[in-house]
Design a protein around this ligand. Structure first.
Ligand SMILES: Cc1cc2nc3c(=O)[nH]c(=O)nc-3n(C[C@H](O)[C@H](O)[C@H](O)COP(=O)(O)OP(=O)(O)OC[C@H]3O[C@@H](n4cnc5c(N)ncnc54)[C@H](O)[C@@H]3O)c2cc1C
Length: 395
């Protein structure tokens, strides 16, 4: 046993949206926390056009951000509530429509810039007493009986009673913790751009499933829409190489001109897509959360929402032990968090993966069966409500 306990209760490795929210949530529950991040999030400026990376934020995430005291600032800065969602199948023409009013809500969720959420969380860290260690590249970590120690690229080290691994889908620390992942490489890329359209988006999140992959048009407060277009790698490369007119024409066609012609576009970016599930979310003195624990296909717009639900669960489980004066790093405490979140995220990740397969499968007669299934879901209120509640995190 070492002579002294480490001064820090928790070191959070990775200050993306999920890691920063976790640091804040734990600090608010009285833990001594450090957040270690390679690169500080860029400032968010209202005068700049919307950042290319946006996410559909579920009500459960807004609730957590509200509890952390940052939602008001995010909402006041720039968010785009969406009230309707229309999902349809190119092959069968079948559609499922969600309407917030039918769920008794003002909106189904909000389209928000990643940068705005990350920066607002980051700006709240000092006041909550979180020690920011940034810029700091984590090279490795080691565990001793009473602590985990991070080795940083500048030669320094940082010890804490618990290490929270939130360094994203390509997590280096996950491997060092001996946690394996399983899943599959979709061999797809999500092409993203913001576009202007002939017709207004009407605060609706649109998603069309085509033979090549889903294309979503998410409503932005500027009146533009954010495209997230998942495509096989070769086709994604072709689409990225198109000039603006070519891209607008191709995206218009893929979205069946639901919003009329696409008349202008920003430059494009793309992201590789994979399904990745860590085999456990807790091991000796470490827990995993966010994309480090689970990376999912963006077709359901849930990756960050799942990560923020990890944060809420971890803060509740550790906070309860801490408040009762028990050892919050005890294996049974860490495994309680791990069991609950791994079960929930596995169900979600497998469901998104199944959806990807259902829409990709081209066997004869399958499109008709899929269309019948979609129409049945659309016509069956209780099931549709359950699906909406699940996506909103209110189930
Ligand atoms: C095209 C696309 C669309 C999406 N749409 C949605 C959506 O609509 N809704 C939704 O909920 N989710 C969506 N997602 C998923 C969402 O973006 C991710 O789930 C989320 O950003 C993951 O956050 P994170 O904090 O876990 O990881 P990251 O954002 O990857 O953060 C990890 C952090 O760790 C830091 N780091 C890594 N290694 C080190 C190191 N060695 N030392 C120090 N720091 C390190 C990095 O700098 C980074 O800041 C989408 C994803 C994609 C690709």
């Amino acid at each position: 046993m070492s002579a002294r306990r480490p001064a820090l209760d928790v070191a959070v490795a990775g200050g993306g949206m999920v890691g920063a929210a976790c640091a804040l949530a734990l600090a608010r529950r009285g833990f001594a926390v450090a957040l270690v991040e390679a690169c500080e999030p860029a400032p968010w400026l209202a005068a700049e056009p919307e950042d290319l990376r946006v996410i559909a934020l579920a009500p459960s995430s807004a609730r957590l951000l509200d509890e952390l005291g940052v939602w008001h600032a995010i909402e006041a800065a720039r968010v785009s509530p969406y009230r309707w969602m229309r999902v349809w199948d190119a092959a069968s023409g079948a559609e499922i429509a969600f309407d917030a009013a039918r769920e008794g809500r003002a909106q189904l969720g909000w389209i928000v810039e990643n940068k705005l959420v990350a920066r607002t969380l980051w700006d709240a860290l000092d006041a909550a007493g979180v020690r920011r260690v940034c810029p700091a590249q984590i090279l490795s970590f080691a565990r001793r009986e009473d602590r985990a120690t991070l080795d940083l690229a500048d030669g320094s080290a940082l010890s804490a009673a618990l290490l929270v691994i939130a360094d994203g889908a390509n997590s280096r620390l996950r491997g060092q913790a001996d946690i394996h992942v399983r899943g599959r490489d979709y061999r797809q890329r999500a092409v993203v751009a913001h576009v202007s359209t002939e017709r207004a988006h009407r605060s609706t999140a649109w998603q069309r499933f085509t033979r090549a992959g889903p294309i979503a048009l998410l409503p932005l407060s500027s009146g533009r829409s954010s495209i997230v277009w998942s495509l096989p790698e070769a086709r994604a490369r072709e689409v990225l190489a198109l000039d603006d007119d070519g891209f607008c024409a191709a995206a218009g066609l893929a979205s069946d001109f639901r919003l009329g012609r696409i008349t202008a576009t920003t430059p494009r970016a793309s992201f590789p897509l994979q399904l990745q599930l860590a085999k456990t979310y807790a091991t000796d003195r470490c827990v995993l959360l966010g994309d480090a624990a689970h990376a999912v296909h963006p077709l359901a717009g849930q990756g960050a929402n799942l990560g923020l639900r990890d944060v809420a669960e971890l803060a509740a489980v550790l906070g309860e032990a801490h408040a009762a004066g028990r050892d919050f790093t005890a294996p049974h405490v860490l495994h309680r968090y791990a069991r609950r979140r791994r079960a929930a995220t596995t169900v979600d990740a497998r469901a998104f993966d199944a959806l990807e397969r259902v829409f990709a499968w081209q066997a004869p007669g399958w499109a008709m069966a899929r269309g019948l299934g979609m129409r049945a879901v659309d016509g069956f209120g209780p099931l549709k409500r359950a699906l909406a509640a699940h996506a909103e995190g209110t189930a």
